[in-house]
Design a protein around this ligand. Structure first.
Ligand code: 5GP
Ligand code: MG
Length: 186
């Protein structure tokens, strides 16, 4: 066991307290936006990175909802996504026409993953209304014309870990978001 697990963190970017406060704030925005809609609400979490955020967000949004998960992966190096996405675990529901779909993701980085997913949900699942909710947004790295509808934090171009985000599958369990020390990947 590594008893100094958190030494990988250069600096905390979003503390537990800050995350808790922002999750409550965007939960109110989501309630205001969907509260008057006649359609059913579906929160679609993207595994594995969204799992901590999804668990906190779904408890904070006081509206009737269904939840689903998909697991996606992209070809190429782990830290940079390509446009080629593979579905590792798909949706159980076939038709999403009757739903307001809210994609819940850890981070919008290049945008390649979610740009592909939005098109896929329209094409293969007949989705009509799709919005994006992310914990983090790194706009400096965007390669696709896509933006966040409900977002907690805009961050600089740094590799971050914690609150669901991993480095080589570790650190997802940290209760805050921190910058990974460069010596870990350089
Ligand atoms: P995209 O580049 O397609 O917008 O982002 C795809 C995925 O890259 C994200 O869902 C996330 O898993 C991963 N990613 C992007 N930036 C970071 C980061 O700073 N830290 C970690 N751990 N993952 C990231
Ligand atoms: Mg991810």
């Amino acid at each position: 066991m590594d008893h100094n697990y958190e030494k990988a963190v250069e600096r905390i970017l979003c503390s537990e307290e800050q995350i808790k406060k922002r999750v409550a704030e965007i939960a109110r925005e989501i309630e205001n936006y969907y509260g008057a809609s006649d359609k059913k609400l579906l929160l679609l979490g993207i595994l594995k990175g969204s799992v901590v955020f999804m668990a906190d967000l779904m408890k904070a949004v006081r509206l009737p909802m269904e939840v689903e998960f998909m697991r996606l992966s992209s070809y190429g190096k782990s830290a940079v996504s390509s446009g080629e996405i593979v579905i590792k675990a798909g949706l159980e529901k076939k038709d999403l026409a009757d739903y307001n779909v809210l994609i819940v993701e850890d981070i919008l980085d290049t945008g390649n993953t979610l740009f592909w997913l939005v098109d896929y949900l329209k094409r293969e699942h007949n989705a009509k209304d799709i919005k994006i909710c992310t914990l983090l947004d790194k706009p400096d790295r965007r390669e696709k014309p896509i933006s966040v509808d409900f977002g907690c934090f805009t961050i600089p171009d740094e590799f971050v870990i914690g609150y669901g985000l991993d480095f080589n599958e570790l650190y997802r369990d940290l209760p805050y978001v921190g910058i990974l020390k460069r010596e870990y990947y350089e």
